[in-house]
Each structure stands twice: as C-alpha cells, then as structure tokens.
Ligand binder design. Structure first.
Ligand code: AR6
Length: 190
C-alpha cells in the first residue's frame, strides 16, 4: 500500500483516517501518547517534544508541580501549548500498559479518548488529531485498540457536536489497515 492510499472516513466525515507523522498535523490539538511523568519519552511523545521544543516540557513541569505532583493518572488528559508545531495545542494523555493492565485496560484506553475530547471541548477546540494510543511501547494490540478507541470516539462525538474533526494518524500503513478492519463506528453515519 502506498503513502497516497486514501482510507475511509466515518461518522459523516467527522472521523478521518490517515497515515503520517502526527507532529506535522495542522489541527487545534494533537494528542500525545505520554506517560504519567509528563516529562517526555520515546515514540510519539519523543517526536512531539522534539518537534514542539522546550515550551511543552516547561508547561508539563508546571502542571506536575501544581496539579499532578504524583503524576498524571492513566486515562487522564491535560492541555499544553504545541510550541513550534503547526498544531495550536497538545493534549497529553496516558494510555494503559497492555501487559500489566488488568481487566479495566479497555476502559482506561477509552477514557484516554473521552477525556482528551472533553478537554478539547472545554477549550473550544474543533479539530483533534490522535495517534493510536498505547499501541507502540505500551503493547496494546492494534485490533483490540481499534474497537475500543472507535467506540469511545463515537460516544464522545455524539455528545459533543462542537468537535468537527477527529483525525486518526497512523505511522504505518498496516496499522491504518488493521484499524479500518476492526473499528466499530456505526455504518449508517458513514
Ligand atoms: N506520528 C504518528 N504515530 C506515531 C508516531 C508519529 N510521529 N510515532 C509513533 N507512532 P507510542 P504508547 C505510533 O510508543 O504505546 C513513550 O515513551 C506508533 O507506531 O508512541 O502509548 C511515552 O513516554 C504506535 O502505533 O505510545 C510512554 O512512556 C502509536 O503511535 C510510552 O511511550 C503509539 O506508540 C507510551 O506508549
């Protein structure tokens, strides 16, 4: 499959699937697959801090010092600047670690999507790009994550009409394909 392959959209065009590097997306907010320290890491987190520059880390340190001295809990989400990236903001969320997660790991992953979109709504943001949270270093299988994330996004979009577009950005074409095969968006809205 080539870079130019187009993937289907869902929920009347409000959910768009694409391949790419999330740090390049010009949206109101890109979501970061962070860890509870909020102080950076590998994967998407490393890429976002590299692309956005030190302003993001500075704001994360401030959030840790004031609101989350023990770290951001799994499923939680917070908003910062996007620094030098084309996006306006970053929403940092912490996904579950698949291997060490209990039976509630799907609920934790769903919370990442719901809470990130709640933060967007509170901040008046209309376009949000997500990576596939937890499916890299945290080991959540893409097929399972596809079902959980699509259901959570659908629930959030139905109760939040102000969100115009959720862009799902996949680094690898095979990940986008697996997502499309396993998503559970209601077909009548496509
Ligand atoms: N754009 C879009 N997707 C990407 C990019 C990118 N630039 N880079 C990777 N992916 P991961 P996690 C995909 O590991 O599993 C960090 O160290 C990747 O292929 O970034 O939630 C944090 O600090 C995968 O499908 O996040 C945490 O400690 C997906 O993004 C931990 O990793 C998520 O992979 C979080 O692990």
């Amino acid at each position: 499959m080539s870079e130019s392959t187009t993937f289907p959209s869902f929920l009347d065009g409000r959910v768009v699937v694409k391949m790419g590097d999330i740090t390049q997306e010009a949206v109101d907010a890109v979501v970061n697959a962070a860890n509870g320290t909020l102080l950076g890491g590998g994967g998407v987190d490393g890429a976002i801090h590299r692309a956005g520059g030190p302003a993001i880390l500075e704001e994360c340190r401030n959030i840790r010092a004031t609101r989350y001295p023990d770290g951001l809990p799994t499923g939680g989400a917070v908003l910062t600047t996007a620094g030098r990236m084309p996006a306006r903001h970053v929403i940092h969320t912490v996904g579950p670690v698949y291997g060490s997660g209990g039976p509630d790991k799907a609920e934790m992953l769903a919370q990442c999507y719901r809470n990130s979109l709640s933060i967007a709504v509170e901040a008046g943001l209309a376009t949000v790009a997500f990576p596939a949270i937890s499916t890299g270093i945290y080991g959540y299988p893409m097929d399972e994550a596809a079902a959980v994330s699509s259901q959570a996004i659908q629930d959030a979009l139905r109760s939040n009409p102000s969100v115009e577009e959720v862009r799902l950005v996949f680094f690898l074409p095979q990940d986008a394909e697996v997502f499309v095969r396993h998503q559970v968006f209601d077909a009548e809205d496509n």
